[in-house]
Design a protein around this ligand. Structure first.
Ligand code: A2P
Length: 347
C-alpha cells in the first residue's frame, strides 16, 4: 500500500521554490497533486514538473483546499498570512521563513540533527535559517561526542540568500562593471559585485544583525540547549549560491583534529574535502548543486587548548533551504506524521 499527497508550493517561482520543484521530482516524493502558488505577478506562468507544464496560481484561501502539505518559501509576511489558513484547512505547513522559527509550539528541524522534534508539530514545522542549517550539520556530530561550550562563526553568504532577484542583480552588476559602468543596487542596499558587506538585516541594540541572532537562537533551539555561547558575524559576498562559514569551536576538553575528522567523515549530510598537499578545501563552486555540506581545514586552535577550527561550504538554496524542507516532508511521510485521512491511498 502506498500513499501519495496533495502538495502546494507557496513561492514556487522563487529561488527556493524552483529548487523545491526539482527536488520533489528527483527524489520522487509521493505526489497525488501539485499546486504552484505565487503572487499575482506570476499568475499564468508555467513551470515544468515531471515532463508537464504546470500553471502558477496566485495564492488565495481557496488554493489551500484539498491540500495535505504546503512547502512555503515566499517570505515571512506571506507565511504569516497564509500558514494559518492552510493549517485551518487541514494541511501541514513546512515553512522556510523566519516567521515561526522561535515559536515554542513550532518544531525547528534539521532531519540529521533533531528529527524527533518533528513529531510534536501542530500543523507548522519551521525550516531553519540557511547558515544555521549548514553549521548544525558540522557541529552536532562533534557536540554529541563532547559538548561544545562556545561557537564563534563568521559567514560568507552568497547572493541567493536574498532570493532570485538578488542573484540576477549580482550578474547585472558584474557585467556593468566589466563594461566600465557603475553598478546599480536595487534589491540589495549596496553593490555586491566585486564587493562585500555585513549582512543587511536589521540591527539590534547590541549591534548584532537579525541574521547573526538567528544563528545564535536557532542553533540553541535545534540542539535543545540554551547553554552554548554563540557569537556570529554574517557577511554577504559576491558568490551566486553557496554559503561558506569559518567556525571556531570551544569544547569542555581537548578535541583532536583527527578525532573530529574521523567523526565528520561518517556524519550524515557531511562530506569531508581536505587535501593539505594541494590546499584544496571546500569552495562555493564545488558545493553548488550538492546535497552535502562540504567540511574541511579541520585544525586545532593554537590559541586555546580545547579549541577547534573548521571551514565549510554548503549550497544555500539546496541543503540550506529546499532540500532540508523536502527531507522534513519525507520524515513526515516515513513517520506517518502527515494526516493519513487526507492522503490518497492506493494499493
Ligand atoms: P513572485 O515571483 O510572483 O513575486 P525569492 O526568494 O527568490 O525572491 O522568491 C520569493 C517567492 O515568493 C516568489 O515565488 C514570489 O512570487 C513569492 N512571493 C513574494 N511575495 C508574495 C506574496 N505576497 N504572495 C505570494 N507569493 C509571494
Amino acid at each position: 500500500m502506498s500513499k501519495s499527497y496533495r502538495v502546494a508550493i507557496l513561492g514556487a517561482t522563487g529561488a527556493v521554490g524552483t529548487e523545491l520543484l526539482e527536488l520533489l521530482e528527483h527524489r520522487n516524493f509521493p505526489i497525488a497533486d501539485l499546486k504552484l502558488l505565487a503572487s499575482e505577478r506570476s499568475a499564468g506562468r508555467t513551470l515544468r514538473f515531471k515532463g508537464e507544464n504546470l500553471t502558477v496560481e496566485p495564492v488565495s484561501d481557496r488554493a489551500f483546499e484539498n491540500v495535505d502539505l504546503v512547502l512555503a518559501s515566499a517570505g515571512g509576511s506571506t507565511s504569516k498570512t497564509w500558514a494559518a489558513i492552510a493549517t485551518q484547512k487541514g494541511a501541514v505547513v513546512i515553512d522556510n521563513s523566519s516567521a515561526f522559527r522561535m515559536n515554542p509550539e513550532v518544531p525547528l528541524v534539521v532531519p540529521e540533527v533533531n528529527p524527533l522534534a518533528a513529531a510534536n508539530h501542530q500543523g507548522i514545522i519551521a525550516n531553519p535559517n540557511c547558515t544555521t542549517i549548514l553549521m548544525t550539520l558540522a557541529v552536532w556530530p562533534l557536540h554529541k561526542v563532547r559538548p561544545v561550550q562556545r561557537i564563534v562563526v563568521s559567514t560568507y553568504q552568497s547572493a541567493s540568500g536574498a532570493g532570485a532577484k538578488a542573484m540576477a542583480e549580482v550578474k547585472t552588476q558584474t557585467s556593468a562593471i566589466l563594461q566600465g559602468h557603475s553598478p546599480v543596487a536595487e534589491v540589495l542596499p549596496y553593490p555586491l559585485a566585486f564587493n562585500l558587506f555585513p549582512h543587511n538585516s536589521p540591527l539590534n541594540d547590541l549591534g548584532y544583525c537579525e541574521e547573526e541572532m538567528k544563528m545564535v537562537n536557532e542553533t540553541r533551539k535545534i540542539f535543545g540547549t540554551q547553554q552554548i555561547r554563540i557569537t556570529a558575524t554574517c557577511v554577504r559576498v559576491p558568490v551566486l549560491r553557496a554559503h561558506s562559514e569559518a567556525i571556531n569551536l570551544e569544547f569542555e576538553s581537548p578535541f583532536s583534529s583527527d578525532e573530529a575528522r574521523e567523526i565528520l567523515n561518517h556524519s550524515p549530510g557531511v562530506k569531508l574535502v581536505e587535501n593539505w598537499e594541494t590546499n584544496h578545501f571546500p569552495m562555493p563552486i564545488e558545493a553548488t548543486g550538492k546535497d552535502e555540506v562540504l567540511v574541511g581545514r579541520i585544525r586545532q586552535d593554537i590559541s586555546h587548548p580545547c579549541g577547534l577550527e573548521l571551514w565549510l561550504c554548503g549550497d544555500q538554496i539546496r541543503k540550506g533551504a529546499a532540500l532540508n524542507a523536502v527531507q522534513i516532508a519525507e520524515l513526515l511521510v516515513e513517520k506517518n506524521l502527515l494526516k493519513v485521512s487526507k492522503a490518497y491511498v492506493s494499493s
